[in-house]
Ligand binder design. Structure first.
Ligand code: UD1
Ligand code: MG
Length: 439
């Protein structure tokens, strides 16, 4: 049976920060891994817990751009402006007008930690619920805790406060248990804390972390929850960290796929987006890059050097060979696209053979319209053919090498646009003789 929580859950996603170290015009949380913005990973993790009915995204830097994205991506998320950015406590406080009478839990997460998983958030909320906790803080044990807030415990090991690096004593700095920056708040009992936040600290900010001390003083039930895998709170502040997060996410994905029976020859040179599913016994050769949402069947052979861009639905026993790019296309069982081809906005039936260098010309740059190419069961294209969409190649039809196809091709026929071959015998020897005479 589904686990039932005692209360409803809403989320607050902190995304107002500037991200100066990204050195970019783009707001930090809109930077992408596998074409998907960091903020989208966090919103998905939150929503995939199955617990959250509404989210508030705190926006500030480039607020309009972030808000446009959130509105287009997520139905149950609302943006709340925080300007200026006076600290994480002030950020959460901006959502209080929307949570006036809310008698449930509020989880707070950061918009720049894309590796957080729905499973972890789910277990975190369930633990908070089971413990009848007023406030649960996610902590983690780091060998190098520098820059994180430290979890401070009293002599009885009871969690009593979070102290920021810049406010910490030497003794506190030695603590290796840190604040992961994820909180579950029993809103009704904790929200008075937000009125009491002060900014008399080293950074002159309103710290969200100060709600811990307040709740302890009020004798409320304050708990910590230790994160198992520290990678999940890997935060992104620079393009170097963006690359590191991409690697971490990719490793997680390729490991899962291999556990599910996919053969990946070189995991370090293979990039697969987490939203791609691949059937068992499919072989992925080195230097394959797969981004976006795709489904790939069993017994396929992909790569080396193949690029699948998004929206590919590939059946079983399909061959996608070297230097092939696939975008938004359906490819049925037993079809081969073996070398040097572009297949975009297309539907390929089964047992189709795409010759080397076949291009679906799907885009008209003047009208900006993209059109479909349909290639039915058993049809084949010769090398270097161009299929100018919209166009249909019907069952078992054959396109001759080097042809440019601008009209539908009927079933079982040959389409050829090649100019006739002329062989001029002795042409070279005549030229050579001429050259010798001139010397
Ligand atoms: C915060 C915690 C620290 C914890 C760490 C985990 C506080 C005071 N400290 O520190 O204990 O170990 O996270 O990563 O909370 N943001 C806003 N508005 C603001 C300020 C920040 O939306 O006014 C957002 C930022 O964009 C970011 C998140 O809140 O996504 C965290 O802010 P940041 O300044 O990075 O906090 P830390 O100093 O890392
Ligand atoms: Mg931070």
């Amino acid at each position: 049976m589904e686990f039932m929580l005692k209360k409803k859950v809403k989320s607050i996603v902190l995304a107002a920060g500037k991200g100066t170290r990204m050195r970019s015009d783009l707001p930090k949380v809109l930077h992408s891994i596998f074409n998907k913005p960091l903020l989208a990973y966090v919103l998905d993790a939150v929503n995939n817990t199955g617990f959250i009915d509404e989210s508030f995204v705190i926006v500030g830097h480039e607020a309009d751009r972030v808000e446009n994205f959130v509105n287009s991506y997520c139905e149950n998320a609302k943006c709340v402006l925080q300007s200026p950015q006076l600290g994480t406590g002030d950020a959460v406080n901006k959502a209080t007008p929307f949570l006036n009478d809310f008698d449930g839990y509020v989880i707070v997460v950061c918009g720049d930690t894309p590796l957080i998983t729905a499973d972890t958030l789910k277990a975190f909320i369930e633990t908070h619920d089971k413990n009848k906790s007023d406030l649960t803080v996610m902590s983690a044990i780091f060998d190098n805790p520098t820059n994180y807030g430290r979890i401070i415990r009293d002599d009885n090991d009871k969690f009593v406060a979070i102290v920021e690096e810049k406010d910490a004593t030497l003794e506190q700095k030695a603590v290796k248990e840190i604040n992961a920056g994820i909180y579950c708040i029993n809103w009704k009992t904790i929200f008075p804390a937000f009125k009491n936040l002060k900014n008399n600290n080293a950074q002159g900010e309103y710290y969200l972390t100060d709600i811990v001390k307040w709740a302890v003083e009020q004798k409320l039930n304050v708990q910590s929850y230790v994160l198992e895998n520290n990678d999940e709170i890997f935060g992104i502040n620079s393009k170097i960290q963006l690359a590191e997060a991409t690697k971490l996410l990719n490793t997680r994905t390729v490991m899962r796929l291999m556990e599910d029976g996919v053969q990946i020859v070189d995991p370090s040179s293979t990039f697969i987006s987490p939203e791609t599913s691949i059937g068992a016994d499919t072989l992925i050769l080195p230097n394959v890059y797969i981004t976006g949402k795709n489904t790939i069947g069993k017994y396929c052979k992909i790569g080396p050097f193949a690029h699948i861009r998004d929206g590919a639905i590939i059946g079983n026993n399909v061959r996608i060979g070297n230097f092939v790019e696939i975008k938004k296309s359906v490819i049925k069982d037993n079809t081969n696209v073996s070398h040097l081809s572009y297949i975009g906005d297309s539907e390929l039936g089964s047992k189709v053979n795409i010759g080397a260098g076949t291009i679906t010309a799907n885009y008209n740059p003047i009208s900006k319209v993209k059109s479909k190419t349909i290639i039915k069961d058993g049809a084949n294209t010769g090398s270097n053919s161009v299929l100018v969409a919209p166009v249909t190649i019907n069952e078992m039809a054959s396109v001759a090498a080097g042809s440019v196809i601008t009209k539908d091709v009927e079933a079982y026929s040959l389409a050829i646009t090649r100019s006739p071959l002329k062989v001029i015998s002795g042409w070279v020897s005549a030229k050579v003789k001429q050259a010798i005479r001139r010397q």
